[in-house]
Structure formats: C-alpha cells, structure tokens
Design a protein around this ligand. Structure first.
Ligand SMILES: [Ca+2]
Ligand SMILES: [Ca+2]
Length: 500
C-alpha cells in the first residue's frame, strides 16, 4: 500500500458521475410566472427557495423543487405534489460525489430523482452528503435531516442511494443506523473505506484531507470500514461496481464495494452485487435496477381512505309485502374494502338493527328478518355500509308492508291487588301485558264476570274498581289481554276478599 501522504492537487473531476452542479440556483428569484402559479404544498420549515410545478421526465407528474436549510446545511428536495405534509411517504436520500453539493439532485442524480417522484416518493439531497464524506458534522446533518423531514411528513421508509464519494456517508448512515426505517442502501462505484483513499494511491487523498484535515485518527474514527461485522447484521444493501477492479481506479472495488460486501454478506438480510464495465462512470442499468430494488425494499405506504362505500338495497324492493322470515339484501362496494353492512328496520316506534353477513368475496350482504316479531303495517328499511377507515354510507329508506297473521296470544299478569288481600272502597287493579306484536286491550273479570276495560298508563293496564258495588265476600280476579288479531291470553287468578 502506498503510504505516501504528500498532498496532491484536488481534482474536481474525481467523482464526475454524480457531479453536475447547477451553479447559483439558490440565488435565482422566482419569476413572475412561477410566483403566480400556486403550489399545492405549503411552505416547508426553513424553506428558502422553490420552483413549483416541475414536470417529471417520464410520466409527467407534477413536483416541487424545494431548497431548505437544515442545521446550516443546504438540502434540496423533489416533492411530488400528491404528497402533503403529514401524509405517509417514502424518502430516498441521495449521496453524491465529494466536491458536489445538494444540486446533484438536479444534476448527476436528475434521472434518478425524477423516477423517485414518479413513484410518489420524496428525493432529498443534502450538501453535507457530498462534501464532507462521513465527517461527524456530516453525520450530524444527516440526523438533523431525518429529524426535519420526519417532523414534516409521516415517513414510512428511508432508502439510501449513493454514488462515488457519497458512499461514505451512506455506509455510515446504514452501518451505524444513524436514522431509523432504512429499507436498503444502493451504492454505485461508491466509497466505503476512507482510510484506503487516504493511504492508498487514490487520487482523492487531498479531498479526504479537505474534509478531515491531515488527521489519520479523525479519518479512522469516521471511517465506515472501522465498523464491526455486526454493524451489518440484518441490513439490506446492493453494491454495483466496475469489473475488473482495475477499471475503476478512482474508487477501486476491492477496497470499497467488494470489501463491504465481503464483510456484510454473512450477516446481512440481503447483500447483492451487480457489476458493469464502465470504470468509474455510472452504468445505464443503475436507474432501473435501483428502482426495482426500491419497489421491493420500500413498498408504497397505504393511502388514507377518505372515500365512503356505496350501498344499495336489493331486497326487499319498495312496496313489497313481507311475511314470516324474509332476507334483507344489499350490494356494497368501496375503493378499499367494505368491512360491515347493517340494516335498520323501523316499524312504528320499534327500531331494530341487524348485522349483515357477506357470503364470501362478492358484494352482496344479507341478514334474515323475522317479520312475525314486528307489527303488521308499513316498515322502512335502510342499509349502512362502513369501510375500515370508518367512512359510512346509508341508503334512502325502502318501505315495505308486513302482513303476518298473528297467531301468538298476549301474556298478562295482575300486579295489584295481591292475592289474599282484603280490599274496601275504591281500588285500582293493575296488570302487565306483552305480545309478540302488540297488546290492544286488557279487560278485568271478577269471578268470571266482566268488571271493566283497563287503560294503559305508565306501562301498566289500570282499572279503577268501586268495591262497594260488590257484595262482601271472596272474589277471584283475572285479566284478559288481546292483540289486534284477536288472540287473547288470561292471567292467573288473584283471590281477594271484599269487606266494606
Ligand atoms: Ca373507502
Ligand atoms: Ca299476538
């Protein structure tokens, strides 16, 4: 290994694949036309520049090109206009070549960033990620970047995409778990071992010194290659390097991508390699290959369900005549899924709610209704369909007519006077009565002779009796309840003594 530490001239062309600087973009004022075009996304915290209504290269989705300052570091984001603050979203962090800046998102990473927004995800590129390798200040800015973006959006996953010198911070972020929810890291021709660059014959020794000073201890302390194998346990990474090794002298694969792969492979959840023959240039397959990995590693988060189901009653039909047990049916559908259908049946003052069942995978929900438990006459039925998000739709009422022959007699029980009582003067007899449909009358009898018709008050059938019209003696009182169909039920007798 070449231990020559003589500083060498910094080449700004070292990491050319990701370095296409858009100079001075941060200072460009909004044009009148841009300012007049409203963006659907509100101004973000610490935002200092925005180009709204950008159109992606391939599927022409609208996105905003936004610059914010995070802990003093410039960060640039491409945010699809379908994504609003607070919503669930995937984030892809772009790490570029040393000497570049956050403008790499519109330069070397332009095609990648456009593919990312076309999949509804946010692309973010921090300045520190390309200029400071994995220096502690760059690590701190990475963490601050995560804190910033997770305070604005409901971030569901972070995917890392690095090229060339950006690999150092990407590797440190994954290996040290600097941020949570990392779905995977995709590195192309990327740095892993800072000390190899510093000590070796790589031409960028000076750029390492530019970030760290000529301080081997500091470089070692921030070098992702210092991390033990356990740092890669359970991690997901895909490495793309040029072969043969000698074809990429800027970031030699044996010291970087292949070294990382050799260490991580035995313990990683997923560690794969793809090679090319482009030297230090990014191969053409990198974008589609990355997007395929991204789709696999970070599936889209579920979108909020704000659409209520549709529901229609199919049985009974309006004006139908119902008898016995009939089946209530409705068809219901939803943009996500119907989770419940209920029927509400209202007959007179009686309301019943029935939970419907779904026969299987279809849209038909049904419930049996025993109409003999309801009064004859008009009944109205509605159906309510609900989805998992709690959105609900209720149909207009459907009217039908219940025409059952009522064959069930009422039941009736005398509650006053009590058996064995001796009564005199004015007495009120009371009874409770019930029926499957409805009690229409209760009549009292004394020793089998009609004594009067009761009136319903406070849930009791009441009759005032003047016992002075009865001769003193023993009487057995009974109550007879009737329903509208003429069925009658007689209470147990209550024997009392009249003594005036
Ligand atoms: Ca829905
Ligand atoms: Ca009855």
């Amino acid at each position: 290994m070449n231990r020559d530490k003589k500083p060498r001239a910094v080449s700004r062309r070292l990491f050319t694949t990701a370095v296409v600087s858009v100079l001075g973009v941060g200072a460009v004022p909004l044009s009148a036309a841009q300012a007049a075009t409203p963006s659907p996304s509100p101004k973000l915290p610490n935002e200092y520049y925005r180009k709204s209504n950008q159109v992606s290269l391939n599927t022409k989705v609208l996105f905003d090109d936004i610059s914010v300052r995070i802990q003093g570091d410039a960060a640039r984001l491409f945010v699809p206009q379908t994504v609003k603050p607070g919503q669930p979203v995937r984030v892809v962090w772009l790490y570029h070549g040393a000497g570049s800046d956050q403008n790499a998102i519109a330069g070397g990473f332009k095609s990648t960033a456009h593919l990312i927004v076309e999949r509804g995800a946010i692309a973010i590129c921090q300045n520190a990620g390309g200029t400071k390798y994995s220096h502690p200040s760059a690590q701190a800015i990475q963490v601050a970047g995560w804190q910033w973006i997770s305070s604005v959006y409901d971030v569901r996953s972070n995917t890392l995409r690095a090229t060339s010198g950006g690999g150092a911070l990407a590797c440190e972020t994954l290996g040290s778990s600097l941020i949570p929810l990392i779905s995977g890291m995709y590195n192309v021709n990327a740095v892993y071992d800072l000390e190899a660059l510093y000590n070796g014959d790589g031409r960028d020794r000076a750029s390492i010194i530019g970030a760290f000073g000529d301080d081997p201890a500091a470089i070692h302390a921030a070098n992702p290659a210092r991390l033990p194998q356990s740092a890669w346990a359970g991690k997901t990474l895909r490495i793309v390097v040029s072969q043969p090794d000698s074809s990429d002298r800027t970031v030699p694969p044996e010291q970087h991508g292949l070294a990382l792969l050799a260490l991580a492979s035995p313990v990683a959840a997923e560690a794969t390699l793809r090679t090319h023959s482009n030297g230090h240039s990014t191969p053409g397959f990198a974008d589609p290959d990355f997007m395929a990995a991204f789709a696999r590693w970070a599936p889209p988060p579920p979108m909020a369900d704000t659409t209520a189901p549709t529901v229609t009653i199919t049985a009974p039909t309006a004006g139908a005549t119902l008898t016995g047990t009939t089946t209530l049916s409705a068809t219901a559908s939803d943009d996500v899924a119907v989770t419940a259908v209920t029927f509400t049946v209202t007959t007179g003052a009686t309301t019943r709610t029935l939970t419907a069942t779904n026969s299987g995978t279809g849209t038909t929900w049904s419930a049996p209704l025993d109409t003999t438990t309801l009064a004859n006459g008009t009944t109205t039925i509605t159906a309510t369909a609900t989805d998992a998000a709690g959105n609900a739709t209720t149909t207009a009422p459907v009217s039908a007519t219940i025409t059952n022959a009522d064959t069930v007699a009422p039941t009736v029980t005398i509650t006053a006077p009590t058996a064995g009582a001796t009564v005199s003067g004015l007495v009120t007899a009371t009874a409770t009565a019930s029926d499957n449909v409805g009690v229409t009358s209760v009549k009292y009898y004394a020793n089998g002779r009609f004594a009067g018709s009761a009136t319903l008050s406070g849930g009791l059938w009441r009759l005032g009796l003047d016992t002075r019209k009865f001769a003193n003696g023993s009487y057995t009182i009974t109550a007879v309840a009737a329903d509208a169909a003429g069925n009658t039920g007689t209470s147990p007798g209550v024997t009392i003594a009249v003594r005036n």
